[in-house]
Write a protein that binds this ligand. Structure first.
Ligand code: HEC
Ligand code: HEC
Length: 333
């Protein structure tokens, strides 16, 4: 009898016995995250600097990291983000962690790739409020940036193509492997507690994995928010219909990744769920028509917290100083 056969037989036996044994990783709806392979270290390093550089904003104060703080799970932990001139943003800032695994970027998927996405916030008046022309002029005026850019792209003319490409290359490294859940998936049976395993079984048996599956536990489909019961929100966001103009896509949002979800509060596109307990309760009710008991909810939350992986770790980039020729920030204009 092959090993594979023995394993599946063991799983069948365990299942019939009602035991919560893990099936071989390949049969699970969730797969472990693998550490990223860095293809171009120079480009990643440049992208990291740009990601942290507030001089890409009009105010000289807002960087990608302001709203996707890599010390806080790649989010700002606010209901909706704060943009230029302290403007209230329209929607919750999703995590940049593992975002390279998304089928598209943004809640409504309006950007296909990380590179397409990265140019948006720089020129968005409600976010960094600069222009691509101004942001490029700032970088072009800083010789250390130009030299680094030339090393990576072979040209000393900085352009938005290269800038967004480098930022995307950095973002592709923001994968969070080695969560306790992944260790368990890979066979370390002691990596999870009894309650966490029970939470995972509930997560599967209740139907959460119909939408939250794959290595990112989400990020791979657009789904209706409010399948069984309509979702009440004061947010103006309409979801995927804004992109496709198909009425059927109204309130379809990209299913968020649940990796590191313990760190990425508050939850949902409007940030209305302050806690995981609340988010799980809402999901059960409006997506599946299920009311979880307090104990069931706590077990699912315990499982979700086991999805926190190794956070990106690197030296804080030291940014090359501006020169006399660098356009100055105008935070109050
Ligand atoms: C002022 C806050 C703010 C700043 C600054 C900002 N973002 Fe965002 N970011 C957001 C918000 C809010 C969204 C969600 C918008 C939406 O879906 O409509 C978002 C979405 C994203 C996404 C999509 C993630 C997903 O799962 O869909 C990525 C990737 C991202 N931003 C990267 C960046 C990068 C790179 C920068 C810097 C160039 C940046 N952001 C600057 C607030 C910000
Ligand atoms: C029919 C698809 C579907 C099912 C089933 C489903 N979800 Fe979701 N889930 C979504 C979508 C779509 C969102 C984002 C909705 C939004 O913000 O408007 C979401 C958001 C979440 C969030 C918030 C994540 C964040 O970063 O904002 C959590 C937590 C969550 N789901 C957990 C669960 C749990 C637990 C279950 C099972 C009880 C479940 N989901 C079942 C589609 C689904």
């Amino acid at each position: 009898m092959s090993l594979r056969h023995t394993l599946s037989l063991a799983v069948v036996l365990a299942a019939t016995a009602g035991l919560a044994h893990a099936a071989p990783a390949s049969d699970e709806p969730i797969q472990p995250l693998e550490a990223p392979k860095v293809k171009n270290a120079g480009m990643v390093e440049l992208g990291k600097k740009l990601y942290f550089d507030p001089r890409l904003s009009k105010s000289g104060f807002i960087s990608c990291n302001s709203c996707h703080n890599l010390s806080m799970g790649g989010t700002d932990n606010l209901k909706t983000s704060i943009g230029d001139h302290w403007q209230q943003g329209p929607i919750n800032s999703p995590t940049v962690l593992n975002s390279s695994l998304n089928l598209a970027q943004f809640w409504d998927g309006r950007a296909m790739t990380l590179k397409d996405q990265a140019g948006g916030p720089i020129a968005n008046p409600g976010e960094m409020a600069s222009t691509h022309t101004l942001a490029i002029a700032v970088l072009q005026s800083i010789p250390a940036y130009v030299a680094e850019y030339k090393k990576v792209f072979g040209s000393d003319k900085v352009d938005i193509e290269g800038v967004t490409k480098a930022i995307a290359a950095f973002e592709e490294t923001l994968i969070t492997p080695n969560s306790r859940f992944d260790k368990w998936l890979k066979g370390d049976k002691k990596a999870l507690t009894k309650d966490e395993i029970a939470g995972y079984e509930l997560f599967k048996d209740s139907g959460c994995t119909a939408c939250h599956n794959g290595p990112a536990v989400g990020g791979n489909s657009f789904q209706k928010m409010g399948v069984v019961e309509p979702y009440q929100s004061t947010s103006k966001a309409e979801g995927r219909v804004a992109v496709t103009k198909e009425e059927a896509d109204r309130f379809n949002f990209k299913v968020p990744t649940l990796r590191n979800v313990e760190m990425t509060y508050p939850y949902f596109h409007d940030g209305e769920a302050a806690t995981l307990t609340q988010a799980v309760d809402t999901m059960g009710r409006i997506q599946l028509g299920k009311s979880f008991t307090k104990e069931e909810n706590a077990k699912i939350v315990a499982f979700l917290k086991s999805l926190t992986g190794d956070q990106p770790s690197f030296l804080l980039p030291i940014l090359p100083p501006s020169t006399d020729a660098t356009p100055r920030p105008t935070p109050f204009e």
